[in-house]
Structure formats: structure tokens, C-alpha cells
Design a protein around this ligand. Structure first.
Ligand code: BJW
Ligand code: ZN
Length: 247
């Protein structure tokens, strides 16, 4: 692995020469805002792993437990703010304008809260609910009970989030592949790179000619596949990369 200074220098040059850029973000980009990642040491809720709660099976067998988890996360996220890494993504959007896209696996909404406009939320949004009966989707930031009901049909609401085994929104997936296949650069930030289909995005972009950068505090299964992998916190590395391009 090349040393950090050299890696950052190369990344700065690549960004300077690029006409478009994609950020692929995961839970690690919100870690410095105080939101636990899924698979980190603090990723457990009570005795459950995310995989045990984020599934249609878990919801059908115990919707109250699943809602309890989501309500806990909603309250946690409500108190958090975008960090330096999110702010750097806003700076990048200012530079690349409509040639900039964030594809995020996060459901916390912090990219938009920071001021990014072009955000594809692959796995949904924790502030949205969907009726399991009539399908109505609403943004609802108020405090919910553990069995919230639809105001239209009284059906049980669920979080508007993509769980394991569920298909991602086709239109969003199409948009994501469209930008991945035509971008000059992809910066993969704070994702363990094990959840599909997002896990194959970096490879897809690289195969079609993009320069792929990874920023993560740890090595991931993607690290050996990308062009440059930088070990460090998103909130420290991203500002270093962006800094150069504003000068
Ligand atoms: C930092 C940091 C700092 C920390 N700075 N870095 C192909 C092969 C094998 C399996 C499959 C396959 N295709 C599909 C599957 C099954 C499944 C899957 O991928 N399973 C794998 C676990 C193997 N995928 C699905 O089921 C998907 N659906 C699908 O493909 O459907 C097909 C279908 C088609 C037609 C009909 C029906 C079905 C859906 C996946 C949905 C994922 N949902 C979740 C939960 C809901 C969201 C929520 O409630 O919040 O999304 S799972 C969870 O993982 C969440 C995340 O978005 C996602 C990714 O996690 P992420 O972001 O990578 O977080 P971590 O914690 O894993 O990693 C954090 C990283 O940050 C680490 O690397 C740290 O080191 C780092 N870090 N601090 C920088 N300061
Ligand atoms: Zn309804």
C-alpha cells in the first residue's frame, strides 16, 4: 500500500482532472457524527444484530420489536449532525455541480441535511414510513409508537427501508448504474462492502474505466480491488482531498 501523503497527492490530481465524480457512502461516513455503524463493535442493539432485525421475516413475526429498534434509531439520529466528511461532499458537489452524485446506503438523511442535492438513497430513509396495506409513503419525523398505523387505511406502517432479501427500487438502481458506468472517479467511503448490490458498484465502475478510491479506517474486501485505498477517518481524509481542489 502506498503511503498516505502520496495517495492523497494522487487523488487530488485525479479529482482536478476529472469531469464527474460519484461518492458511494456507507455507515462509516456518519460514524463521526455519533451514529453507530452496523458491523462495528458498537453495532449491536440490545442482543440483536442488524441482520436479525432488518428483515421482512423479523417484521412479520415481531413488528413491535422491529419498530422499537427503528424508534430508538430515529431518536438517536435526530440528535446528530452532519460531520466534516458530509461537509466535504457538499464542497465536491459545488465543484462538480450536476456532474456529481452521492449513492448512499445510509438511511439517516445526513447528506441532504449537510446540503447535498443529488443523493440516491439506495436503502431508503429512516424518516419515511410505508403502509403495508395501501403502500402509501410519507415523511414522518414525529415520535411514533411501536405499532404505528396508516392515516388513510389504518394498515400497519413499516419503515420505508430496504431489508435483507428485498429488492432495491428499480429506478434508483438504474440511476446508480447509469452514473457508475460513466463517471471518471468513484470515492467509496465508510462501507464494509459486503452488502449487495452496493458491494459490486466499485467493481462495475472500475471495469468501465473509473478511477476508484476507498477511504475506510479498516481494510475491507474491496481494498485490494480499488486503485487507491486510504486508511483513515472519513472526516479527516475527505477534507484533505477537497482542500486542494478549492485552491
Ligand atoms: C469508517 C469510520 C470512519 C467506521 N471513517 N470509515 C449476492 C451475493 C451474496 C448475497 C447477496 C447477493 N445479492 C443479494 C444478496 C443478499 C443480501 C446481501 O448482500 N447479503 C450480504 C450480507 C451477503 N442483499 C440483499 O438482500 C439486498 N437485496 C437484494 O439484493 O435483493 C435482490 C432481490 C431481487 C428481486 C426480488 C427480491 C430480491 C438488500 C440489502 C438491504 C440492506 N439493508 C441494510 C439494513 C436496512 C437499513 C437500516 O435499517 O438502516 O442496510 S443492511 C445494512 O448494511 C444497512 C447498510 O446500508 C448496509 C451496508 O452497511 P455499511 O454501510 O457498509 O456499514 P458497515 O457497518 O458494514 O461498515 C461500516 C464501514 O465503515 C466499515 O468498513 C468500517 O471500518 C468503516 N468506518 N468508522 C471511515 N470514521
Ligand atoms: Zn394505508
Amino acid at each position: 500500500m502506498m503511503d498516505k501523503r502520496n495517495a492523497i497527492k494522487i487523488i487530488k490530481e485525479k479529482i482536478k482532472a476529472a469531469s464527474n465524480l460519484v461518492i458511494l457512502s456507507g455507515a462509516g461516513i456518519s460514524a463521526e457524527s455519533g451514529i453507530p455503524t452496523f458491523r462495528g463493535e458498537d453495532g449491536l442493539w440490545k442482543k440483536y444484530r442488524a441482520e436479525e432485525l432488518a428483515s421482512p421475516k423479523a417484521f412479520s413475526s415481531n413488528p413491535e420489536l422491529v419498530w422499537e429498534w427503528y424508534n430508538w434509531r430515529r431518536e438517536l439520529i435526530r440528535s446528530k449532525k452532519p460531520n466534516q466528511a458530509h461537509i466535504s461532499c457538499v464542497d465536491l458537489e459545488k465543484k462538480f455541480k450536476d456532474k456529481f452524485t452521492i449513492i448512499t446506503q445510509n438511511v439517516d438523511g445526513l447528506h441532504q441535511q449537510a446540503g447535498n442535492n443529488n443523493v440516491i438513497e439506495l436503502h431508503g430513509n429512516i424518516w419515511k414510513t410505508r403502509c403495508t396495506n395501501c403502500g402509501d409513503i410519507k415523511e414522518n419525523k414525529s415520535t411514533l409508537g411501536n405499532l404505528p398505523k396508516c392515516s388513510i387505511c389504518n394498515g400497519l406502517l413499516r419503515p420505508h427501508i430496504v431489508w435483507f432479501g428485498e429488492a432495491l427500487d428499480e429506478e434508483l438502481l438504474y440511476k446508480a448504474y447509469k452514473v457508475l458506468l460513466s463517471t471518471d472517479i468513484v470515492i467509496v467511503v465508510g462501507t464494509s462492502g459486503i452488502v449487495y448490490p452496493a458491494a459490486q458498484f466499485a467493481g462495475t465502475a472500475k471495469d468501465s474505466g473509473a478511477f476508484v478510491i476507498e477511504i475506510d479506517i479498516k481494510e475491507t474486501p474491496q481494498s485490494s480491488l480499488v486503485d487507491v485505498s486510504v486508511r483513515g477517518k472519513a472526516g479527516e481524509i475527505l477534507p484533505l482531498i477537497v482542500e486542494s481542489n478549492n485552491k
